[in-house]
Design a protein around this ligand. Structure first.
Ligand code: NAG
Ligand code: NAG
Ligand code: NAG
Length: 430
């Protein structure tokens, strides 16, 4: 009995000691930060460590840098998000930045002015992304840059990469671009950008290295290719039932008008990254897979006129960052709940012009612009359920979003997901 009591005491004492130790650790580790962590929209956190201000948005599912975040920060952690494009001036309102961590995103395009205004930046992490080409001009606005990570990107070592390769090889840039390697073309595969002879990039491959002619291919067999001024693939009126499989990767314009294509399969165009114009006019399209246009980051014009489309699935347009014109005439658009995605997407992409979005069904809306139908739909919503995301005051957006999330079916799903960045409040955790 006494033995057990003693044992029990010992166990208790040990447990208490362990708890204390845990608390102690927590305190010494957490004290400096805990009091000053601010929670921000999208689960971002702001805190001060060793006198430097951090904005930590790691692993927050972000697709872009939003407006309304604190701007006087020194370190910006954006690793492990889903950012695909860095547009001009993305960071220009963070003039104090010393380090910027963008690793583990899906970045495939950096516009030349993306980093402008970052005159104090010394460290830029871009490893584990999808970059194929970046021009040296991107780094010109960064006079203090010393550490640049570029490895694990699928670099395409051709003439377009010439300026970057030369920049990385300047002796004072010795901490920049180490371990970055070519993924294309085959003759340079695995070679380090740091050691590649830049003179070879812009010279044509030697005879023995010329690629073998393509094997039998339905596009070259069926379609006409024109190489100037831009690579154009003309597959008009060829009786095609589907998008051909082996479209040349450098195609800039593709004309598939007057065929008999009924469906677009997922990722049908992913390999033609430079496509600027896609003409699918006068086919029999009824269904477009949500991933049909994935990867078409540079597409500017999409012609879907004269088809049999009723609505767009959620997600169909999400990759089309640079779309400017969408031709939708001559489709039997059905004005019901499913059409809302298209309207909300257009509303959030005001630079995109569109034509021909007119209701065909139901009878009562035939001939109405689809936008007018959506307006009446919203107006008919019962007052107490009406959620107007454009309202400037009223409930905080946090309440709005919670409110919406509790009301599934009240609004189409893309709207529920879309958060309005500049309406969030910053609140302090005590
Ligand atoms: C289009 O394809 C469908 C079935 O795939 C076929 O029934 C129809 O005749 C075709 N139309 C033309 C004009 O080729
Ligand atoms: C698509 O092709 C149709 C038929 O040839 C043509 O009328 C239309 O202008 C083309 N669209 C674009 C955007 O070039
Ligand atoms: C759509 O088809 C109609 C009839 O076939 C034709 O008159 C019209 O020019 C076509 N529109 C486009 C944009 O190709």
């Amino acid at each position: 009995m006494r033995f057990f009591a003693a044992l029990l005491l010992l166990v208790l004492a040990f447990a208490v000691a362990e708890t204390r130790r845990g608390e102690g650790l927590e305190n010494s580790r957490g004290r400096k930060r805990l009091n000053s962590v601010k929670r921000l929209p999208n689960n971002c956190k702001e805190y001060i460590e060793n006198g430097d201000k951090y904005l930590d948005c790691q692993d927050c599912q972000l697709t872009a840098v939003l407006i309304g975040w604190p701007e006087d920060i020194d370190h910006f952690l954006l690793a492990q998000n889903k950012i695909k494009v860095l547009k001009d001036n993305t960071f220009s309102h963070f003039p104090n930045l010393i380090s910027l961590d963008l690793q583990l995103n899906e970045i495939s395009l950096i516009e030349e002015g993306a980093f402008s205004g970052l005159s104090k930046l010394t460290t830029l992490l871009l490893q584990h992304n999808r970059l194929q080409v970046v021009s040296e001009a991107v780094f010109v606005p960064l006079p203090r840059l010393r550490y640049l990570r570029l490895h694990d990107n699928p670099w395409t070592c051709d003439c377009q990469l010439d300026s970057l390769v030369r920049f990385l090889q300047v002796p004072s840039n010795r901490y920049m671009g180490n371990f970055a390697k070519c993924a294309e073309p085959t003759r340079f595969w695995g070679q380090q950008l740091k050691t590649l002879d830049p003179k070879l990039l812009c010279s044509p491959p030697m005879q023995s290295q010329v690629q073998l002619p393509r094997p039998y291919s339905d596009t070259t067999f069926l379609c006409h290719t024109h190489d100037s001024p831009r690579p154009l693939l003309d597959c008009r009126s060829r009786g095609l039932n589907a998008v051909p499989h082996d479209i040349p990767e450098n195609t800039a314009k593709m004309d598939l008008a007057f065929n008999n294509i009924t469906q677009l399969r997922p990722k049908a165009f992913t390999t033609i990254k430079d496509l600027k114009l896609l003409n699918l006019s006068s086919n029999s399209l009824e269904h477009i897979d949500p991933a049909a246009f994935s990867g078409l980051l540079h597409l500017r014009e999409l012609d879907l006129s004269n088809n049999s489309l009723h609505f767009f699935n959620y997600g169909v347009l999400e990759d089309l960052y640079y779309l400017r014109t969408l031709y939708l005439d001559g489709n039997p658009w059905i004005c019901d709940y499913n059409i809302h995605y298209l309207i909300y997407w257009l509303k959030h992409h005001p630079a995109v012009e569109h034509t021909g979005l007119v209701c065909n069904e139901p009878e009562e809306f035939r001939g109405w612009p689809v936008e007018s139908y959506v307006k009446t739909y919203n107006a008919e919503c019962p007052k107490d359920k009406l959620v107007d995301l454009n309202r400037g005051n009223g409930p905080t957006s946090q309440e709005l979003i919670e409110g919406i999330e509790e009301e599934p079916g009240l609004l189409p799903s893309p709207l529920r997901k879309k958060k309005k960045p500049n309406e969030f409040e910053i609140f302090r955790l005590s």
